[in-house]
Design a protein around this ligand. Structure first.
Ligand SMILES: C[S@@+](CC[C@H](N)C(=O)[O-])C[C@H]1O[C@@H](n2cnc3c(N)ncnc32)[C@H](O)[C@@H]1O
Length: 355
């Protein structure tokens, strides 16, 4: 009997979420997105999977996926759809393509009938449109016969060195109730920026060049996990800033931002996250898609794509393909693989208890 657990990743991006599930023991057979550069990275890192470029708002795309699945038994569908998928008015206009994005997950699930469905989104989904978005998700799960559990997960609680909150809905076909994994960390032992990236070369004299050699041994448990299976570095290219930018960021203390600058310095950027320097002894701020407002806790430059990937818990053996702007975008859009891992392990536990 085939004991493999097959999954599909909808709105896969580069595949951060499904990478975590694969590490837990699932095999991702399909990744679907309409962004080709993200799919290129997905394909590079998911050798068993097919990466297919499709617009998930269309009915034809759903039919195409059904055809690809064929007779394969799908255990899990994971999906991180963008949250514009609900109309502000609450009256769903079937002709507005964006309105069908969430529903595409359920349209596919109604045909493929996976045992488990996971929908991930920003925390705001719970309150979006006066809670209508959340209610609609719960109703869809119910209609298809799934029991849904929901929870806001805080990444540092699971050993991820980054402040990031994400909402998860986990549906189980039938009556079983999914229990979310317990936190493994708390304030007293959150993984810090230093523990996450201090072993990566500073690039002080190598800005703009790809550095592929590790210059030292890992110095934390987290670094050891991240370097497992990697013998050289990828995506570690330092940005060369103007003298003005360097002179400003030099004046921001660890954990500080534009509010810590002397009068008249750095006035070109004043918004909330402007001139933010990470704190070496704390998790990082939420990794963005490359806005260049976050700086390394020690070096006077923005973090490299690899440093951001580390803070997102992507192991070093996961490579991002394409230009730097695409790498930053894919990393910032991703769900930390470690969150996928802990959820995947919990689903496999539940599955084992039933077989
Ligand atoms: C938040 S990102 C997903 C990140 C991914 N779950 C990960 O962990 O790496 C959302 C993705 O949805 C894709 N997307 C948005 N609208 C889409 C559509 N209509 N059809 C297919 N993909 C779409 C975007 O290109 C983006 O990659």
């Amino acid at each position: 009997m085939n004991s493999k657990k097959y999954m599909i990743d909808l709105f896969s991006g580069c595949g951060g979420l499904s990478h975590g599930f694969e590490q837990a023991g699932f095999e991702c057979i399909l990744g679907i997105d309409y962004d080709q550069p993200a799919l290129d990275t997905f394909a590079h890192n998911h050798p068993h999977a097919q990466a297919i470029k499709l617009d998930l708002s269309s009915e034809e795309s759903i039919q195409r996926i059904v055809k690809e699945v064929g007779k394969k038994n799908i255990d899990l569908i994971v999906a991180g759809p963008p949250c514009q998928g609900f109309s502000l008015t609450g009256t769903r206009n079937e002709n507005d393509k964006r309105n069908t994005l969430f529903y595409s997950v359920f349209k596919l699930a109604a045909i493929v009938k996976p045992k488990y469905i996971i929908i991930e989104n920003v925390p705001g989904i719970a309150t979006l449109y006066q809670g209508k978005a959340r209610k609609a998700i719960l109703e869809e799960f119910d209609k298809l016969g799934y029991t849904c559990s929901e929870k806001l997960l805080y990444a540092p609680d699971y050993g991820i060195p980054q402040i990031r909150k994400r909402m998860f809905f986990v549906g189980v076909l039938g009556e079983d109730v999914f229990e979310f994994p317990s936190a493994t960390h708390d304030k007293s032992n959150y993984v810090t920026c230093e523990q996450a990236i201090s072993d990566l070369p500073s690039l002080k004299d190598d800005l703009g060049r790809e550095i592929t050699d590790y210059s030292c041994e890992p110095s934390s448990e987290y670094q050891k996990i991240m370097r497992d299976g990697a013998d050289r570095l990828y995506n570690h290219v330092g940005t060369s800033h103007t003298d003005l930018v360097v002179s400003v960021i030099k004046q921001v203390p660890e954990g500080g931002n534009h509010k810590d600058l002397p009068e008249g310095v750095g006035t070109s950027r004043k918004f909330n996250e402007a001139w933010t320097r990470y704190h070496s002894q704390k998790p990082s701020k939420t990794i963005d898609t490359g806005h260049r407002n976050h700086f390394h806790y020690r070096w006077h430059r923005v973090p490299t794509a690899r440093e951001n990937a580390r803070l997102q818990s992507f192991p070093d053996r996961f490579h991002f393909v394409g230009p730097k702007t695409q790498q930053y975008k894919q990393i910032g859009n991703a769900v930390p693989p470690m969150l996928g891992y802990v959820l995947g392990k919990k689903i496999l536990e539940l599955d084992a208890s039933n077989s």
